[in-house]
Ligand binder design. Sequence first.
Ligand code: V47
Length: 365
Amino acid sequence: MIIEDKNILKIADKVQCGERLNKDDAIYLLSSSDLPSIAFLANMVKEKIHNKKVYFVVNRHITHTNICINRCSFCAFAKSKGDDGAYMLSCDEVIKKALEAKEMNVCELHIVGGLNPELDLNYFVEIIKKLREIMPDVTIKALTAVEVDYLAAKHGISVYEVLKVLKDAGLSYLPGGGAEVFSQRVRKAVCPEKISADRWLEVHRTAHELGIPTNATILYGHVETIEERVDHMLKLRELQDETGGFMAFIPLAFQPKNTGLNIGRDYATTGCDDLKMLAVSRLLLDNFKHIKAYWINMGVKLVQIALHFGVDDIHGTVVEEKISHAAGANAKQALSKKELIDLIIQSGKLPVERDAFYNIVKVYN
Ligand code: V47
């Protein structure tokens, strides 16, 4: 591989020596259009850790309510109580959806929703306990940091106590949603009611202390600058240095339709932007083992290319997705296990079915 750009060459030297990239390096890469060089570096780092392996999980998303008091302008999914289409699933309805997934041998349930004043900690404890009983081998990955904070405030208890109760009931993993962009400027513009960046990080720190692994996300491609994206990733890197509790980083490409956020275009991020976000996160987040491409937001075809840009995980079967589809994502609702395997093979990589904690279930070679 011949890298002509002198600045990227310097970064390549650092990558090769295992030296940490800094803020300026990441800003330079995200601003560059030298995609082949960026792909080469990110793929090299990915292959050192994972060889040709690309992970996927047989999972199901359940979105228990779209009623949310935060009403962030980037979100087309949230409704207020009484709005057309506003819904809240009962515990039994959540269990019913989970049972459908049992038939497809689901390994992980991903359960998140809005901040609905009618739901309290008991609702989640009841669901989690029931799920533990009827599907003891399935990992329950549920509630974003935003929901955990909301429950703590509602009950007047600490985040630690909320997480302890949920963990004792059978919660094993927190998803990475609700992080958006940590910059105060961006939060003020797009999600002024949402918990602060520090609070989001505190919830994840507390989960890690309790031995609950978590994921992290960034919602990019709206009003944030490249510098703000990099600052966001650096905050995550710092917390990961401290706790080691993050499993995967997932850059989420903003879908603009039906949202209250006018970004001057009605299409989502560009393919180049998506690929650079993934590659640069692989290079900058040297303490994150897994970089996940979310096919719901990026589309299957671009995910295949992303497997050459440092990605080692393509999430899972999903089954039913509401948040991104409300905002115009045009991916399917579900991919079968065979479709996930085929898309990985066609990219020249090795499909590995995993459990929620990245233990290998089966290698498809
Ligand atoms: O928290 C909201 C984002 C997130 C839009 O942890 C939007 O494994 C795009 O967090 N366009 C939910 N995104 C999704 C999420 C996730 C997905 C897959 C895997 C994991 C994981 C986590 O979606 C929300 C918010 O940040 N979101 N609105 C939108 N218009």
